[in-house]
Design a protein around this ligand. Structure first.
Ligand SMILES: Cc1cc2nc3c(=O)[nH]c(=O)nc-3n(C[C@H](O)[C@H](O)[C@H](O)COP(=O)(O)O)c2cc1C
Length: 372
């Protein structure tokens, strides 16, 4: 076992006790130890490539994914770690979220990139604010990855939260063009980060933010319809997305030539998810949301992500699009049963974040092998 596998196992035993200490202790401890862990994890190569049954392979857009499950955005923000997850058996390697300029991420008082695990509830809160090295640097690093068959590379990108109006649009567009020149196989447009301030307006005749509609049209006209090669672009929304928004979004995305939707990102529906928490973890949960806000992730999201995927799939079926359009499910995935349910609900692929680390703590690098 590697040091990283041992430290994950050790942490699994201690985490429940640490997480219920006064909030500032676990937040400080896990915000910094997460960074240490990830830095070392990226270079902790499994000694072998774990082979998964061929029946797990998924083919979309001419790409082969060695399994229907891979990391959600936010783990490989810095683009390192491809070979680690490829050997583990991940269906793909998703980098980012990257933004036009480098970002240090959120700092409040002396809390830098705050993160709080809620292990008894199999969930977590984070308020990172998209720290990353920026489009240009990440694109350079991507070119150094030794890509292998059946593990495509994706990049999650977002507009710079500090940009507004036309600057936000043109900087975002630059990202599409920059990554189109790399060995990236698909792009995920992150329209869902709860930890940065978005420009927001209400519209009288639509359930969608007019600025979102404008952005989607802009990306379509300036990039999607001009694509010279097959480079699928999917859009990620929060699991908080409403059914009436899904009914409007799916036809919009299809008509604009997007290739899929990911549901979804973390939730800010704190009052609802509070009901799913272990009572011992509620005080620290409240401390975190009152101080930072942040995104809620993990097991309690699983019914919501499943339900919203089913709604998206039904909407898509009624539309019967002529081009390939897929649905990805993210949120609360932790067991093989979840993947089976995803398939029945219409999800082509799945991503995991919180559940991945839970499973890594038990299985180490055998994480996908044991999962399937
Ligand atoms: C610490 C942390 C950082 C995250 N960063 C990103 C990010 O940069 N971009 C993104 O689209 N989602 C990000 N997410 C959201 C995850 O990709 C995922 O959508 C969410 O955690 C729900 O999945 P889960 O229940 O499996 O954790 C982050 C989540 C966590 C916990």
């Amino acid at each position: 076992m590697s040091i990283i596998e041992i430290s994950a196992k050790l942490d699994k035993h201690l985490r429940k006790s640490i997480a219920t200490l006064p909030a500032s202790i676990p937040i400080h401890l896990y915000s910094s130890s997460r960074r240490w862990f990830l830095k070392n994890y990226f270079s902790d190569l499994p000694k072998i490539s774990y082979s998964l049954p061929e029946s797990l392979q998924q083919k979309f857009f001419g790409l082969t994914f060695q399994s229907p499950l891979f990391n959600a955005a936010g783990i490989f923000k810095e683009s390192f770690g491809y070979e680690v997850v490829r050997r583990q058996g991940a269906g793909a390697f998703l980098i980012g979220t990257a933004t036009p300029q480098p970002r240090k991420g959120n700092l409040k008082d002396d809390f830098y990139l705050p993160f709080l695990p809620l292990p008894r509830s199999k969930s977590a809160l984070n308020w990172l604010g998209l720290p990353n090295a920026g489009f240009n640097e990440i694109a350079k690093r991507i070119q150094y990855i030794e890509k292998k068959p059946n593990c495509p590379i994706g990049i999650s990108i977002a507009a710079n939260p500090d940009d507004t109006g036309d600057t936000a649009l043109s900087n975002l567009l630059a990202g599409f063009n920059i990554f189109a020149k790399t060995q990236v196989d698909f792009i995920e447009l992150n329209e869902s980060c709860p930890n940065v301030v978005h420009e927001h307006n209400k519209s009288a005749n639509s359930n969608l933010d007019p600025l979102l509609i404008k952005r989607l049209h802009y990306v379509s006209e300036q990039f999607l319809i001009k694509r010279q090669k097959c480079l699928p672009v999917l859009v990620k929304f929060s699991v908080d997305i409403l059914p009436e928004q899904i009914y409007e979004l799916i036809p919009l995305l299809v008509n604009l030539h997007f290739n899929g939707i990911n549901i979804g990102n973390t939730s800010t529906n704190y009052q609802y998810y509070k009901g799913f928490l272990n009572p011992k973890e509620i005080p620290n949960f409240e401390f975190f949301i009152n101080k930072f806000g942040g995104g809620f992730s993990g097991k309690p999201l699983k019914e919501t992500s499943l339900e919203k995927v089913a709604i998206a799939n039904q909407t898509l079926k009624n539309l019967n699009p002529k081009d390939e359009f897929i649905i990805i499910r993210t949120g609360g995935i932790e067991s093989q049963e979840d993947i089976l349910k995803s398939k029945s609900a219409g999800a082509a692929l799945n991503q995991w974040f919180t559940g991945y680390f839970e499973n890594f703590a038990s299985s180490g690098h055998r994480v996908y092998k044991d999962f399937f």
